[in-house]
Design a protein around this ligand. Structure first.
Ligand code: GTP
Ligand code: SPV
Ligand code: MN
Length: 597
């Protein structure tokens, strides 16, 4: 078999080595052409891997079902394999690299027999730009190829830009037996290598996304003085045509895609405000000559949560996903060959297959057992092209990125965290990021709704020691003379019956407007123990079904709850271990002192 698929010696010899291991029956280089993609779609449809959907209603769209045991990222099977265990830190799972290569080699051995190896050359960020980083993913899955074609920039121009350099991320994926017990998502940051085996699901196998653009990139960013973060990037244009950008880090399934594509509420729309999406999941941030942080979105598409997406909550996402998209694990409406998910509309299909492929009876839906009774899996997704997004920023392909005015942290907290507050300064802001907590969601395997610490929304995605990562945040604040202001939001505060108090979605812009006004220094705030909190009059609630008393409640800080939280933070810092920077302990002590006053 000819393994010289490129003119780059490093690429060829690595492919030859991997071919020897997985033993495919042939090799196909993915060239990025529409003709090749179309041929692969046809092939996937002929084997049942994809289902072609109604061409009139959903042009260019396909449905895919993963194995029932393979529907989310698997954090307990995700490893950072550094030579020294300490460099992976206490929060990550660690395996010795040699031991891991040996263990996984057994699983890979011959796993491509009778199958094709697809070689995907891809770029994170604009091909040829200063920010771009290249990867090659080897996979035996057409689904992976077609998703990577949407999510990243794929093609021969990537190989051209790489030239004869060996500076690329080597990704090997094999579906093998989709065996849960032998599923591994392993990262070798010191070798620029990612090995993924026994999964066919999203974040586990689209290696450009979480594996490269967060875990490996965060490691590179620390070495090279930049940041890779689990953040959306949103532009807000005022009536004068001036655009300000914010980055926001929320844990998985906590509202990034929704905020990134929000539509301004009527009060702002009529004044001429507009919003622009630069990214919905990942931001790479560097210090510009002006001392500001500049962000690019290294991806080229969206891998968005389907359930809850509808014409009211996120029409931009819905329209983005209505063409050229791949739906994973949603409900299949057999009457018109379209798709459906919980929260799309109140009209579930009567003749449909659920995400498992079984005939589905919508009357049996039970909120307490969504996985088994819903039409779409709670973590079902659409893979859609960025260029199909109606509110895509004209800076999306600008290699320089966009200058960031504010960084916003947030999570799902039923109590404790107020609607919004501002940090006193960068160090305090980094501290606020480090103490983030959120209820777990269906985006990762395991229990849903349990509060856990998720610093900077990066707990599952930091490719090295968490304490070192926190230190890197402090360093970046020093490098950036005009660093963004840092805020924290919580859209998920609930009343005693468990209902969300804040309307959320598009109305979140009301909070962002306060944030931008704080950045401009045009609005006041009340100094509290946890940071600056808005005066209730300064959040615009015109046109909302919320009174000032409710808003005041949303902005309240319960000192007892916070003091209790401080105990949890201390435990978490101890768990992160000795590399937790002293500055974070100082901030924690100062917070406790202010709360106890
Ligand atoms: P990942 O792709 O996993 O990183 O998720 P994400 O952070 O992009 O989350 P997404 O925007 O897809 O939202 C996930 C879920 O949260 C969806 O079911 C939304 O309907 C819900 N959601 C998003 N924004 C809000 C909000 O402002 N309020 C409430 N109550 N729910 C929201
Ligand atoms: C997340 O879980 O944060 C996602 C989906 O964005 S995945 O690509 O599966 O990681
Ligand atoms: Mn995400």
């Amino acid at each position: 078999m000819n393994t010289n698929v490129t003119s780059n010696k490093a690429v060829n010899s690595w492919i030859a080595e991997m071919v020897e291991l997985v033993k495919p029956s042939n090799i196909v280089l993915i060239d990025g052409s529409e003709a090749q993609a179309e041929q692969l779609r046809k092939e996937a449809c002929s084997t049942g891997e994809l289902i072609k959907l109604n061409e009139e209603k959903l042009p260019g769209c396909y449905l895919h079902r993963t194995a029932i045991n393979d529907v989310a990222r698997v954090e307990n099977r995700t490893f950072i394999c550094t030579r020294n265990k300490e460099d992976a830190g206490n929060i990550n799972n660690w395996m010795d690299p040699q031991e891991c290569y040996a263990k996984l080699s057994k699983l890979y051995d011959g796993s491509y027999k009778g199958r094709t190896m697809y070689v995907i050359p891809y770029s994170m960020s604009v091909v040829g730009s200063d920010f771009a980083k290249y990867g090659i993913e080897l996979t035996d899955s057409i689904y992976v190829v077609l998703n990577m074609l949407i999510m990243t920039r794929v093609g021969l121009d990537v190989l051209e830009a790489l030239g004869d350099s060996a500076d690329f991320i080597k990704g090997l994926h094999a579906r093998a037996d989709i065996d849960e017990e032998n599923r591994y998502i392993c990262h070798f940051p010191e070798d620029n290598t990612i090995w993924s085996v026994n999964s066919g699901y999203g974040g586990n196998v689209l290696l450009g996304k979480k594996c490269f653009a967060l875990r490996i990139a965060s490691y590179l960013g620390r070495k090279e003085g930049w940041m890779a973060e689990h953040m959306l990037i949103l532009g807000i244009e005022n009536p004068e045509g001036e655009v300000k950008y914010i980055c926001a880090a929320f844990p998985s399934a906590c509202g990034k895609t929704n905020l990134a594509m929000l539509i301004p509420p009527e009060v702002y729309k009529k004044k001429g405000y507009k919003t622009w999406c630069v990214g919905d999941d990942i931001a790479w941030l560097r210090v510009g000559k002006d001392g500001r942080l500049w962000a690019v979105n290294p991806e080229n598409g969206f891998f968005g949560v389907a359930p809850g997406t509808n014409e009211n909550s996120n029409p931009n996402a819905l329209h983005t996903a209505m063409r050229d998209a791949i739906f994973t694990n949603v409900c299949h409406n057999l009457d018109d060959n379209t798709v459906w998910w919980e929260g799309l509309d109140s009209n579930p299909p009567k003749n449909a297959r659920n995400w498992k492929g079984e005939m589905w009876d919508y009357t049996k839906y039970d909120k307490a057992d969504k996985v088994n009774t819903s039409g779409a899996h709670p973590n079902s997704r659409f893979t859609a092209k960025a260029i199909n997004c109606p509110c895509l920023s004209d800076k999306f392909n600008d290699p320089a990125g966009v200058p960031i005015s504010a960084i916003v942290f947030g999570g799902r907290r039923a109590k404790t965290a107020p609607l919004v507050y501002q940090s006193f300064n960068w160090q305090h802001g980094a501290f606020i990021g480090s103490i983030m907590a959120s209820e777990t969601t269906a985006a990762a395997a395991g229990a849903v709704g349990v509060v856990r610490r998720d610093p900077m929304a990066m707990r599952p995605f930091v490719g090295y020691d968490m304490g070192d990562y926190w230190a890197h945040w402090l360093n970046m604040g020093k490098l950036a003379a005009n660093a963004p202001k840092i805020f924290h939001v919580n859209w998920f505060r609930t009343d005693d019956e468990g209902h969300f108090i804040w309307p959320g979605f598009g109305d979140n812009m009301r909070v962002l407007m306060w944030i931008l006004a704080r950045c401009d220094g045009t609005v006041g705030a009340t100094e509290t123990a946890i940071g600056y909190v808005p005066n209730p009059d300064d959040i615009n609630i015109e046109g909302l079904d919320i009174d000032k008393a409710t808003l005041t409640e949303l902005l309240s800080v319960d000192k007892e709850l916070w003091l209790e939280d401080c105990r949890g933070i201390k435990e978490f810092y101890a768990q992160v271990g000795e590399r937790t920077p002293k500055e974070y302990y100082d901030e924690l002590a100062a917070l406790e002192a202010r709360l106890s006053k």
